[in-house]
Design a protein around this ligand. Structure first.
Ligand SMILES: [Zn+2]
Length: 71
């Protein structure tokens, strides 16, 4: 095994060539280290931010504001 399989967010195909994998986003997990969002190099060019990732991040920010921790 060579580690986790990276799936292209754009075409949902596995990225078999690590040289072809581009990190396009990082999602912060609510209770973990979060995860990386990958795309094929050809699919990463000129793409918009991942709508689901953006929505998830906005949701996390809203929750964090509604339930402040500490201070
Ligand atoms: Zn792809």
């Amino acid at each position: 095994m060579t580690g986790a399989v990276r799936i292209c967010w754009h075409c949902d195909e596995p990225i078999t060539d690590l040289e072809d994998a581009v990190l396009v986003a990082q999602d912060a997990g609510n209770s973990g280290p979060g995860w990386n969002v990958w795309a094929h190099r050809a699919h990463a060019d000129g793409m918009e931010p991942h709508p689901v990732a953006v929505r998830a991040l906005a949701c996390i920010i809203l929750v964090a504001r509604a339930f402040p921790q500490g201070d």
